[in-house]
Write a protein of this length. Sequence first.
Length: 93
Amino acid sequence: MQDAFWLVWWVWGIAALALIVIEVLAPGFIALGFGIGAGIIAVLFLVVPDLVVAPSLLVLLFAVLSLAAWLVLRRVFSLPNGQVKTFDHDIND
């Protein structure tokens, strides 16, 4: 059994869910990137339960995964060239 709480998959799973809920409340792809990073770490510990990683390496892996997820989200969902979405009509018309 692992002694450190950061090496348990469900801790990372709860963190991922909390970050995704924060993203719903305050959208901007920031918390969603962190949530995806935490989710990937949770799946990693679920698939390989005996994996023991140094805390500094685990934080680095979480940061790299979160940054990669954020960059992918920005590329997929953002408007080109920093444009702002405008509407020319009222939805009630």
